[in-house]
Design a protein around this ligand. Structure first.
Ligand code: UD1
Length: 362
């Protein structure tokens, strides 16, 4: 290792982070090991095996160098616990750079700590905006982007947002989508041991607090999904938050009779195997809107807005809203058209991490 090897802390905390750090680590290991030294910090925001360790195994990410073990809590408590623990890591390591990804509480917490310690911050997936400040993720995105010295953008809307917000042009880099890097790599490595299912089916994921925490809203969404399930059986790997809410409403037992198959959270590859062949994906996730667009799988998003507008403008995504009628109308459009065809957005080519690391290594 040369003396001017830069020390980089890579932060991951929640399920949607792990597939975003994996390609960065791979590129560093393959091509920049003499210039960059990555140190992985897992905050422990997600802690169940299925939400966390299973992803490290599936994506072959090396063991985290630090596991902060923060676990659940209110937003304030969780963010504060991450900040306190991450400050100690920064004091010990004195890194040259902290890389945060996405929009979860770990992203915000670690960016804030690093910036106040005078450490440079890179944000991967910068500039996305839903303009909906009731979403905790929107607050995390906005604050992180104010702090970051490197803003790595996945779609053109992100460039426009950052320019509009007055971020310095030299900090903004349109690099493409690291999650799509992981998707293409893992897709190529799938052994097709399972024959494709002959009958068409749909896949559902749901976890946004606005959709699952209010009983009447969750019931309304599940009623619409049950109508779709009369045509297409629905596979439903439920997020722990959602399962808790379904159990509290005594809804889990009745799902099978309504054509909905409740599953635990699935590891990355098992889930990919399931959704890539689905006739339709129904989701309120950010990442899955992008992944379905990348593979051309029709997607109905159960949200009023999206911070990823390219998936609607160019991809396979239909924004349905969260009302019963909106979901049914979107489904009828899907049925009558066979789903949006779409195209793969600019720079979603599997090389985003290579572009990012090349910039960081300069
Ligand atoms: C978080 C992110 C969200 C991301 C989502 C993906 C924030 C603000 N939100 O939301 O952006 O899309 O992850 O999964 O950072 N729980 C478990 N086991 C776990 C993790 C969570 O049981 O491994 C439970 C928690 O105890 C809590 C609930 O699930 O009751 C929600 O977890 P939380 O970390 O608050 O946020 P997510 O909804 O997962």
């Amino acid at each position: 290792m040369t003396t001017n090897c830069k020390k980089i802390l890579l932060v991951a905390g929640a399920r949607p982070n792990f597939m975003k750090i994996a390609p960065l680590l791979r590129v560093i290991d393959q091509s920049y090991f003499d210039r960059l030294r990555p140190i992985i910090v897992h905050t422990g925001q997600h802690y169940d095996y299925e939400m966390s360790q299973a992803f490290f195994e599936d994506l072959q990410i090396k063991r985290p160098d630090y596991f902060l073990g923060v676990g659940p809590g209110s937003h304030a408590v969780q963010t504060a616990m991450i900040m306190t623990a991450f400050e100690e890591v920064c004091l010990r390591e004195i890194p040259d750079l902290v890389v945060v990804v996405g929009d979860v509480n770990s992203t915000l917490a670690c960016a804030l700590v690093a910036k106040k310690m005078g450490i440079r911050v890179a944000h991967v997936e910068a500039g996305l905006r839903s303009r909906d400040l009731t979403m905790p993720e929107e607050i995390n995105r906005m604050v992180t982007d104010v702090l970051a010295d490197y803003l790595f953008v996945s779609e053109r809307s992100g460039l426009a947002n950052l320019w509009q917000e007055g971020r310095p042009p030299e900090a903004i880099h349109f690099v493409g989508n690291v999650m799509v890097d992981t998707l293409y790599l893992q897709l190529a490595s799938l052994e097709e041991t399972h024959a494709n299912r002959p009958e068409p089916y749909a896949v559902l994921t749901l976890h946004r607090p606005a959709n699952v925490d209010v009983a009447s809203k969750l019931l309304e969404i599940m009623d619409a999904v049950a109508v779709i399930a009369r045509d297409l059986p629905v596979e439903f790997p439920a997020h722990p938050r959602t399962r808790q809410r379904l159990e509290a409403l005594d809804l889990t037992a009745g799902l099978t009779g309504r054509g909905i198959n409740l599953l635990p959270p699935l590891p990355y590859k098992t889930f990919l195997r399931l959704w890539k062949d689905a006739a339709l994906v129904l989701t309120d996730s950010g990442g899955l809107q992008e992944e379905t667009t990348a593979l051309g799988v029709p997607c109905i998003t159960i949200r009023d807005n999206t911070e990823r507008p390219v998936t609607v403008a160019e991809g396979t995504n239909i924004l349905a809203g969260t009302d019963y009628q909106g979901i049914i109308t979107a489904y009828e459009t899907f049925k009558s058209t066979g789903g949006k065809k779409g195209r793969v957005p600019e720079l979603w080519d599997g090389q985003a991490a290579a572009r990012i690391v090349a910039i960081l290594a300069k």
